[in-house]
Design a protein around this ligand. Structure first.
Ligand SMILES: C[S@@+](CC[C@H](N)C(=O)[O-])C[C@H]1O[C@@H](n2cnc3c(N)ncnc32)[C@H](O)[C@@H]1O
Length: 263
């Protein structure tokens, strides 16, 4: 109703007994018709809050999830020095919710956000501008399935974050309609076993991390053993997982094995 009428929640409460003007009623009907078809609220409103910040969203990007705030919590705990000029890389930047939030938390940091979807990068660009961090971010259109993509991002990085697609391809159509019908397949589809993106990331990360640098990835429920195995095979040392608010293992951190650290 607030979106349809252009009034704040407080104004709506104050005018609770007034009749809604006809244009607001019409607008609300149109918005409701979209929601009835199970379109996510974030796409209908064009915005979703993440870590207390407003992010523009479009159907080209995954709707930012509260679970993904666990990535931010882990990054802040692992890198307590907020004033260092950290270099950050976000693989699969989407709306930019992870990278841009971290750039706000680390005011001297710079970041590179990579995505295979040019439309998603447009959304990230708009968010970077709206959040006042556009001068510290570089957005790169590239695909980690193609060879040579690491040359497009100038490493090394102190922190690499990623919330890659991690759903088993065959199960996507059984998810709630808000996800399966409306969110971009490229943001969801993790291949036959859900681990394809982690394999690509694990093989590239050792060439992109600084000595002492960290990798933080969001993971799906029950994926810790599979991803830990992929990371170990790539000589990445895995740390205990971080849990989300529901108590589910949600983020895995890793660093280069001792002896494999880059100089
Ligand atoms: C799960 S979404 C995460 C988006 C955002 N980081 C977030 O946490 O909300 C995954 C993102 O990875 C991108 N992506 C998927 N496959 C990719 C690939 N092969 N190369 C580059 N980006 C890819 C998608 O376009 C999508 O924006």
């Amino acid at each position: 109703m607030s979106h349809a009428s252009g009034l704040s929640t407080e104004q709506l409460i104050a005018r609770g007994r007034d009749l809604a003007p006809a244009p607001a009623v019409e607008a609300l009907r149109a918005l409701t018709a979209r929601r009835v078809k199970r379109e996510p609220m974030a796409y209908i409103l064009g915005e979703r809050e993440f870590w207390g910040l407003p992010f523009k969203v479009s159907p080209a990007v995954l709707v930012p999830r509260p679970d993904s705030e666990t990535v931010i919590e882990a990054a802040l705990a692992m890198m307590p020095d907020r004033m260092s000029p950290w270099r950050l890389l976000d693989l699969g930047v989407g709306s930019g919710c992870l990278l841009l939030t971290l750039l706000r938390e680390f005011p001297q940091a710079t970041g590179v956000g990579l995505d295979a979807s040019p439309d998603a990068l447009e959304v990230a660009r708009a968010n970077a501008q709206a959040l006042g961090v556009a001068d510290r971010v570089t957005l790169v259109s590239s695909d980690w399935r193609l060879s040579g993509w690491t040359a497009r991002v100038a490493g090394p990085f102190d922190l690499i974050i990623s919330n890659p697609p991690y759903i088993e391809a065959a199960t996507i159509d059984r998810l709630m309609p808000e996800v399966s019908r409306f969110e971009p397949r490229l943001a969801l589809d993790g291949g036959p076993d859900g681990f394809e993106a982690y394999r690509a990331i694990a093989s590239a990360v050792p060439h992109l991390l600084t000595s002492g640098g960290r990798l933080l990835v969001e993971i799906g429920e029950g994926q810790v053993p599979g991803i830990a195995k992929i990371f170990a095979a790539a000589h990445l040392q895995v740390m205990p997982p971080w849990k989300d608010l529901a108590g589910i293992d949600r983020v895995l951190a890793a660093q280069l094995e001792v002896g494999r650290k880059q100089v």
